[in-house]
Design a protein around this ligand. Sequence first.
Ligand code: OGA
Ligand code: NI
Length: 343
Amino acid sequence: MEAMDDMLLANWVNLHSSIKVPSSYMQPPETRPGTLFISSGNTIPVIDLGGHHHHAETINQILKASQDYGFFQVINHGVCKDLMDDVMKVFKEFHSMPSKEKLNECSNGSCKLYTSGENHKRDAVHYWKDTLTHPCPPSSPQEYIKYWPNKPSNYRKVVGKYAEEVRKLGMKILEILCEGLGIRREYFLCGGLSENPSLVVHHYPPCPDPTLTLGLAKHRDPSIITILLQDKNVRGLQVLKDHEWFGVDPIPYAFVVNIGLLLQIISNGRLIGAEHRVVTNLRNARTSVAYFINPSNESIIEPAKDLFINGSTQKTMYKSMSYQEFRTNFFHKGPKIESELHN
Ligand code: OGA
Ligand code: NI
């Protein structure tokens, strides 16, 4: 049997069709999804952005979902369906290429491609996925696109267009949230707060025993907001609410939107960066495309000052810090930093 460590998971699974879950991928009993991964029928709110609702109603729906769940799905969002199909196809094609070819496309330092987590060798338990990630800064796309993979041959064209469209949607949702919270609508256009987005493409191969593994551990996103395109037919994403896992069942051509930890801080805790995880699937591979809206390193993350004017009696719940400081802490200490964010 070919050594697993020398290959990306998708390629290893393809070569070994009748495998058992290797012990390095088995979750300890306390984090195993077990039978819990069968969706209990609970699901998150779906918001129609193109309907005939009054703007005020849309604001209320988005605000309520962001307060109650930290997650919602949007439909009629303005991103072209063909583009969504095309980008999914490009990423599926990418992940089905030979390991060497994929790694070769990601060898220039700007893109990363890895199995499990970024620190595969250091992970105590491995996660059942491969991940491709690269930055997509909106202000100078051409400078960065040349470092993206060039295979499949339409990668840069399709992904470039997609990043542009999804950014517009993300910025629109942030504007709506600002209106709902009583923050200046341009808040996220200032201070570099949305200047450093990245695309993260996960590929979860079919898994011989989904009760033993996880695709992605329980976590909160270290972003402002995340806009996720998931496979149309394969379930996997789950959100924790009131100690119960809610399945985020795929709706064709919808986007899943979730509040990141940074927006939880900026909103002074009014919006929640909810915990979520990904379970694996016995039969089907699942691909998901996350667009993280992230700040530049020097950006200051703090509860928005607009929340404390007009005689508000609210107290600031979180410390002010640079995004760089937040990131360094987050990646070294993981979820443990959450308690350190508070005043
Ligand atoms: C993430 C994430 C969900 C998914 O990348 O942070 O939560 O469905 N992804 O892959
Ligand atoms: Ni996430």
